[in-house]
Design a protein around this ligand. Structure first.
Ligand code: UDP
Length: 530
């Protein structure tokens, strides 16, 4: 497999591939890294895992399956369960190129291992026998739904530990995908991504696939003040926000609290997004910052959404103008796509096929023990004709400017919460410190106006009671789906942040190692940013 290229430039329709700043490279069948599409001519007849989706969940699962586990099948027991090999049978541990010691053990295998080295058919560990099926009424926690067994009998051949990842897109990285555009800027195809986490485990894990640059995200909002004039203020709202918009004149935390308490209703258990935002901010801030932004983003007013959606944005008593307060906040030095390259490419235990739509080829898949589905759960069951879950997508309008000083706006992300414009925010990637260095000397800059829409690629589940109720129906079917697990933001219909999606996938493997089943252990709550 060709080595991953750094600094890929994708032009136009993303079909032509050249090396940044260098001579053009011949397109490799239109797909990056010389990857193929479709499932014909695969190098192996069977796989442990077929993973639908080359985003965070699929990437982490494939990487872990290859690097950490000696997945073997039990001599007896239900198909569809993978068992960890005894630790002596995991031969390919060892730090990858950037591996730091951490709880995830090794990175990529050091060299190709054409045949698996695990001893065949070890007995399951005492007391660790897999359950034949989930307990009745059991609810998986933390955004994973799994089936209760495989639908194909394990073959008599020695076990392997391979994953096949298929993705209908022509790139890896899922919605994290970024690339160098034709003007030399690193941009994110599916909207700006900011990594932040309080989980040391996740931080250690991602550090094994990239160098990271410290970066604390600071968002500004162009909000309407009490005279209807547009003012630039910090988001989440803080002292400066109320002073600028409402001439509140607060100078410390006590005064800020008093200003808020004088207007915000006391609601102990907010039942929806409106009650949540009002009880934190009072009506003026609610109107200026939350109400219309939410309507534009979700095509619903906050009252029609779960409280958790609005709980993501706090109101600060202090002057902290950072968007997140997590201890780890950083950007990958060479972009997010590079992380996926380091996780997945040049790995003899992972095969990838792009531009390959699961629904077109599901009958032609090679033999496998488990299917890991990371797409929208209702798409998997589309043939049943149930109502569809709601998702929001994004549409981006790109503009190129050469403003005085080289920058279009004051920050990477400027929100436009008012009803005066249709877009929700403008992102100017030149503010990111992980641009190719020459970007900062350019006179120009690219910006993306972000519009929310209900057509196109699903990005966000829409958390509200109706969707949750409908999702429960899908989840119950998924629980019974033989040999299939549903994982990730879309498959588990949860508004995961990047770090939550990573931890969720990592925890599956904790359980795989411990119990022989694929379940995460952390129940993620939507946490406020502070
Ligand atoms: N929100 C808002 N005004 C803002 C920023 C956020 O009303 O200026 C609300 C809105 O409902 C949004 C939600 O808070 O969808 C979560 O915001 P976040 O920035 O976390 O959204 P994401 O970056 O995931 O699109």
């Amino acid at each position: 497999m060709p080595l991953a290229k750094t600094n890929l430039v994708w032009e136009g329709d993303l079909r032509r591939q050249t090396e940044a700043g260098g001579a053009g490279m011949a397109p490799a069948a239109g797909l990056p890294y010389g990857l193929g599409s479709g499932v014909e001519g695969l190098p192996h007849e069977r796989y442990d895992l077929v993973i639908v989706g080359a985003g965070i969940s699929g990437g982490v699962i494939a990487e872990r399956a290859a690097a950490e586990l000696g997945l073997v099948r039990p001599p007896r027991g239900p198909p569809g369960h993978l068992h960890p090999a005894p630790s002596r049978a995991v031969p390919r541990r060892g730090p990858g190129p950037r591996a730091a010691p951490g709880p995830e053990g090794a990175g990529r295998p050091r060299r190709p291992a054409p045949t698996p080295l695990e001893p065949p058919r070890p007995a399951p560990r005492p007391g660790r026998a897999p359950r034949a099926r989930p307990k009745a009424g059991r609810r998986p926690c933390g955004g994973l739904t799994r089936g209760n067994g495989g639908h194909r009998a394990p073959p008599p051949t020695p076990p392997v530990q391979r994953s096949l990842i298929i993705d209908k897109r022509d790139h890896i990285g899922g919605n994290c995908y970024d690339f160098i555009n034709d003007k030399g800027f690193r941009i994110s195809q599916y909207g700006v991504h900011l990594f932040h986490t309080k989980y040391d485990r996740v931080w250690e894990y991602v550090n094994r696939f990239s160098e990271w640059m410290p970066y604390e995200h600071r968002v500004k909002g162009k909000c309407l003040d009490h005279n209807g004039e547009v003012k630039l203020v910090p988001i989440p709202p803080s002292q400066e926000t109320v002073n600028t918009l409402f001439e509140a004149g607060v100078t410390n935390e006590d005064e800020m609290e008093a200003w808020l308490d004088a207007r915000r209703p006391k609601i102990l258990n907010p039942r929806n997004g409106e009650e949540m935002a009002l009880s934190r901010s009072g009506p003026e801030l609610y109107e200026a910052v939350f109400k219309y932004y939410t309507k534009k983003q979700w095509d619903k007013f906050p009252a029609e959404l779960d409280a958790s959606v609005l709980a993501r944005i706090p109101v600060r008593l202090n002057t902290d103008d950072r968007y997140f307060t997590d201890p780890h906040q950083a950007l990958p030095k060479d972009g997010y796509t590079k992380i996926f390259e380091n996780m997945l490419l040049d790995n003899p235990l992972i095969d990838i096929r792009l531009s390959t739509d699961f629904f077109q080829i599901r009958d032609q898949l090679p033999e496998h023990t488990m299917l890991v589905f990371t797409g929208p759960i209702d798409a998997y069951y589309a043939s049943l004709g149930l109502p569809k879950l709601e998702y929001r997508s994004l549409r981006f309008e790109e503009e190129y400017h050469e403003p005085e000083g080289g920058f279009y706006q004051e920050a990477l992300q400027v929100n436009h919460p008012g009803p005066n414009v249709d877009y929700t925010r403008i992102v100017e990637y030149k503010h990111k410190p992980n641009q190719p260095t020459e970007v900062y000397d350019k006179p120009g800059t690219v910006i993306f106006k972000e519009y929310s829409t209900d057509v196109g690629e699903p990005y966000y589940p829409v958390p509200n009671p109706a969707n949750r109720e409908l999702y429960e129906k899908y989840r119950e079917m998924a629980e019974k789906e033989p040999g299939v697990i549903f994982v990730g933001r879309l498959a588990s219909y949860k508004y995961f942040n990047m770090d939550q999606a990573i931890l969720n996938a990592l925890e599956m493997f904790d359980n795989l190692k411990e119990k022989g089943t694929l379940e995460p252990s952390t129940e993620f709550k939507v946490l406020p940013k502070a």
